[in-house]
Design a protein around this ligand. Sequence first.
Ligand SMILES: NC(=O)C1=CN([C@@H]2O[C@H](COP(=O)(O)OP(=O)(O)OC[C@H]3O[C@@H](n4cnc5c(N)ncnc54)[C@H](O)[C@@H]3O)[C@@H](O)[C@H]2O)[C@H](O)CC1
Ligand SMILES: [K+]
Length: 509
Amino acid sequence: MKVLSAEQLSGADKETIRKQNITSEELMERAATLVFNEINQRLQGAPIPIKIFCGIGNNGGDGLVIARHLIQHGYHVTVYVVNYSDKRSEDFLANYEKLKVITNDWPHLIKEEDHFPEINTGDFVIDAMFGIGLNRPIEGWVAKLVKLINNSQAFILAVDMPSGLFSDKTPGKKAAVIEANYTLSFQSPKLVFFLPETMDYIGDLQVLDIGLDREYISKLISETFLIGKQEAVSLYIPRKKNSHKGDYGKVLIVGGSYGKIGSVLLTATAALKTGTGLCSLYIPECGYDIIQTGLPEAMLMTDTDKKMLTTYPKDFDADVVCFGMGVGTDEKSVQALKELLQANNDPVVIDADGLNILSNNKEFLKMLPKNSVLTPHPGELKRLIGAWEDDFQKLEKVKKFSKKYNVILVVKGAHTFTIDREYIYINDSGNPGMATAGSGDVLSGIITSLIGQGYEPVNAAVFGVYLHGLSGDITAEEIGYESLLAGDIARNMGKAVKALFERESMESK
Ligand SMILES: NC(=O)C1=CN([C@@H]2O[C@H](COP(=O)(O)OP(=O)(O)OC[C@H]3O[C@@H](n4cnc5c(N)ncnc54)[C@H](O)[C@@H]3O)[C@@H](O)[C@H]2O)[C@H](O)CC1
Ligand SMILES: [K+]
């Protein structure tokens, strides 16, 4: 799904009005009615106090439409107009008049702190103060109102986006932003919904298709995509009936050191569980028995050093090499990575200490084969690209790095971002149970495996990240977040691939 900017959404809005020959008020009616339907479906007429806070622009207009439908369906509604300005939009005014026709209980005007209502724990608050039109931080008494709503413990539903969030920049740590429990957003999710600094404001997210012109949207050039099940399925390459193990990649995993052999074991298990035909490992000698016992399907070569990697098997012919998990950053192991980069022209996957070695030896970056995949967590990323001021600047820095070195970065987080030059792919699978030791080692194994099976590196990264999250979701469904182990993610890969093609799970994400 394309993640559109505020400008693109406004353009689609205008084009839809023109092509469908409707008024903007009709479009507002359509969008806000969908919000009403969602609320009605969940509340089922429950007599709980609903407090709707409307701004004076079109987001506020949506709030008025929602209010009208709720009142007409017998809900207990109080409407507040947060009168931060006198420049009411036309569609706001039209719906203000319509509301007056159906109720004697006119909206309460809030113009200062003295007008604030009481908000209680059991209230259902609808935030329709600001949407994509916010162009400066919320200040003064409006900011105080936002804090009052946040502190109320009421359930908060945000219309289009939580008020106080910008669609193209972060609001700053002290800014007044609605902390929603649920966000119903129109047509396209916004990039800020997925950034570490702002994702917590969103709560659960649902995107409503408000029927903006499909042709116009399909022609819009977007550089940002949300990857859900549908997108992931489209990347899948089916296995051929007439095939053998050589068709599914000869993978080489290079890593491990004394005390950290488990990491390569996880990576190799994940690679094989993702479908790798032949999996070999190159590890320090101390890991020999561990790997042979733990993963009899794998083949093994050992370094002459007992405890750490010192070299790279230059003559070994692999389709794809993965380097870094559990390696450490000893000078001798730096040499091993250097040898790998000198010997290899095909894309490689670099993770963990492999990334730290790159950060400590920036001259290696130019040696990375084109379209190699780097999989940093935030700490590793900072060492690689330097610190950033906010998440938007981080994205710009990562794009620049990706272009400069011709590599793909998998920036791991609650929503993992795969960045390929100017393109951003935001992952929508996964859960907090996956924040556990070895989870990243498994991800590297999955991506490496897919590259070995013939996926383009960027597709391997995007699809691999999605499958990793899906396997984590399936595992968490079975055993909960707390006891989820990285090894479980690897072992459940088969279930994840199968789930891609199951009907009911197609609808869930
Ligand atoms: N495009 C669509 O898909 C549809 C969008 N709808 C809804 O419309 C809003 C956007 O409405 P807009 O009038 O452009 O902006 P807002 O209501 O978000 O803001 C109102 C207005 O306020 C001014 N302003 C901005 N920042 C501040 C501030 N800090 N303090 C005071 N005033 C401020 C600014 O001039 C804004 O224009 C969208 O989110 C949807 O909810 C349609 O209803 C359906 C189609
Ligand atoms: K809002």
